[in-house]
Write a protein of this length. Structure first.
Length: 246
């Protein structure tokens, strides 16, 4: 179950941005949203069942999805589809000299085996700069493994990883290599990315004019779309009036 996803220095994202499914501790005007779209994982964590990403053209909506797709692809394939001398096919942010030469970062927080896990990595076109996997068995987060360059430290819980460190190339993820050698936790994490993280839509085709027209023609979605547009228009109008007063 997805909790949060963060990405930085990738395509249109210069700074790190986070997409979160954690429910805010606020009450909605529409009480049905609180009743139907929020569920409690435990007494400390409540998540949204669904969330929407919306914004102007070229605001980064599709790039967020592409970032999740890239992270998923690299985790599932870095150990088997790259050779030692191959470059990583990374599309970092290119509109600032500040990010030139700096790594791109990807991190995901997810629920697996009823425990919160946090996995991420920083990469350049040439190598994996850092990589980490933590989990929260009770209330305190604990390390499973952590990688900084060529140095990889592993906790006892990461059983069966002896010998995997030496087999991990600079341009491959330690997690992916460990899964290839049947390390149990690594296998489970890769299975989560393969089976639970589903991105079914083709963003290059479905997010277009024809899709919008078809949705407006559909009686199930027409009123909801119009209400959303009216609410957005009202908010923009109120903002303009506030600016004029100032």
């Amino acid at each position: 179950m997805l909790i949060e996803f963060s990405v930085g220095n990738y395509r249109s994202f210069k700074e790190t941005v986070t997409f979160s499914m954690v429910a805010a501790k606020l009450s909605s005007k529409d009480k049905s949203l609180d009743e139907n779209n929020i569920f409690a994982v435990d007494r400390h964590l409540s998540l949204l069942k669904s969330a929407a990403i919306y914004g102007a053209n070229a605001s980064g909506k599709s790039n967020l999805v592409k970032a999740i797709r890239f992270m998923q692809w690299f985790i599932l394939n870095s150990s088997k589809e790259t050779q030692a001398t191959e470059m990583i096919h990374l599309e970092r942010f290119k509109l600032s000299a500040e990010t030139e030469g700096k790594p791109s970062s990807f991190e995901i927080v997810f629920l697996m085996d009823e425990k919160v896990h946090r996995y991420g990595f920083e990469i350049t076109e040439k190598e994996v700069v850092s990589e980490w996997l933590f989990y929260t068995p009770t209330t305190k987060e604990m390390k499973i493994f952590e990688r900084k360059g060529k140095n990889i430290s592993v906790a006892r819980i990461f059983k069966g990883s002896r010998g995997v460190i030496a087999r991990t190339r600079e341009n491959a993820l330690f997690l992916s290599v460990a899964a290839q050698f049947n390390v149990e936790i690594a296998d489970k994490v890769l299975a989560w990315f393969s089976e639970n993280l589903k991105i079914d839509i083709d963003i290059d085709k479905i997010w277009g004019r024809q899709f919008t027209i078809k949705s407006l023609e559909h009686p199930k979605y027409r009123n909801k779309i119009l209400q959303l547009l009216k609410g957005t228009s009202k908010n923009q109008s109120e903002t303009k009036n506030e600016n004029k007063k100032r």
